[in-house]
Design a protein around this ligand. Sequence first.
Ligand code: B12
Length: 453
Amino acid sequence: MLGCNNYEVHDLGVMVPAERVLDTAKELGADVIGLSGLITPSLDQMVDAAHEMERRGLDLPLLIGGATTSRQHTAVKIAPEYSQPVVHVLDASRVVGVVSSLLDPARRATLDAENRAAQEQLREQHAERQRKPLLPIAQARENKHEVAFNDLTTPSFTGLRFIEPSLETLREYIDWQFFFYAWELKGKFPAILERPEARELYEDALEQLDEIVRGGLLTARGVYGFWPASSGGDDIVVQDDNDTRFCFLRQQTRHADSRPNRCLADYVAPAGTGAGDHIGAFAVTAGIGLDEITARFEAEHDDYRSIIAKALADRLAEAFAEYLHEVARREWYEQGGKLSTEQLIAERFRGIRPAFGYPACPDHSEKRKLFDLLGAEDIGISLTESGAMIPPASVSGIYLGHPEVRYFSVGRVGRDQVEDYAVRKNVPLAEVERWLQPNLAYERGIDPAPVSA
Ligand code: B12
């Protein structure tokens, strides 16, 4: 957006240390610094970057954007670290107005004053919410979701399987709505095609997709498996060679009604019941070969096609996860005719595939165990220190098959649960708190929110 409006933009790429961003900004004499975050571990790095900007005594405004960021996080965590303007821009179409104001001394003062007032209000709202008492973890556990385990089916195999479906197969599973979402075009597919700009984009994307499929320009590769498993408290213990123990969090919200306080472990039969339950796991990528495609477009200064290629790879990765979930359900418990793409998108089937980082299991660091269980590195997916997968167009998670399992959000967690979680994971409390920062119902190192019985 800025580039199209005659601003000079230096994109330093992904996972760039704050030092390099700030050194480069100094070297180039930048007017503004922008940071983008896709998954929650980047949030903490943004706080560190703001802190470092203050330490260096900079006076450049800081812009924050990206899917995982929020106005609230920017106000509560990032802005207090830096005395200059820190502006959250969730919608890139706003960025030109924001930057032009920030570069004009009079308008900068107005924008800054309004932004600070709005952020102060957000901090107050946040403090109010943090004061809402949570259930003590012991009571939340007593209110777990009690489900029956008398109808378990056994998967057709245990252990690992590799899979390399054709792109032709995967394209049938694409959820196009999210393709348009990546272009800030919101609306239901296919109705959205009535808009001329959406129709044009769709035609360009189909043309490129045909080229990718025909030329085999991307490779989709995945691994999945099933193992006997049981729950032990809020953990799920997998019977593999290492007895992998996935640790989960439980909702601690005080419900006014009879809703349970859910945890994903509630949906796997407890150890010692002899129920013979299982879980599945998967990792898929559709991003092998993408760098070559985008390098070609970028050399031709064709940003439009480069972005289409990335968005298509993301869609194919998600389509792969959807397709593989269907394969896995059939290996495990699903019979009958195949579901239509619409039924798949509406999730009209039994079982879920939660991914570490999603609201039901927000701790990205559990992905390390998942990668070890699956040997995901062997199919060409690697994991960065902050839990991001490379290539970017990758998805990984577990399969749970209980008829009553649904997606949910863990939400805020109290210090009592986090301390217990650190013991279960055998990791120092401070490290666990760093990974769970967005879910903490208390300030690290400060008095916790009340936990009332
Ligand atoms: C598309 C998508 C994917 C794709 C593509 C990811 C990718 N490589 O880009 C796929 C399917 C591969 C994917 C995978 C995963 N995803 Co995902 N994904 C999304 C989704 C649905 C949309 C994100 C998106 O591209 N939006 C469109 C773009 C254009 O919007 P945007 O990023 O917000 O950027 C806009 C603005 O913020 C702004 N902006 C962005 N940056 C900046 C910077 C500046 C300076 C400025 C001014 C503006 C600005 O400009 C953009 C245009 O307006 C979001 C959910 C959501 N609704 O946001 C989840 C989401 C980002 N994913 C999430 C997760 C957890 C994952 C996985 C870790 C899951 C997993 N275990 O497999 C993986 C991680 C992949 C990896 N490589 O590590 C979480 C992240 C939150 C978290 N807890 O960390 C989200 C929020 C879903 C959720 N609610 O839980 N994902």
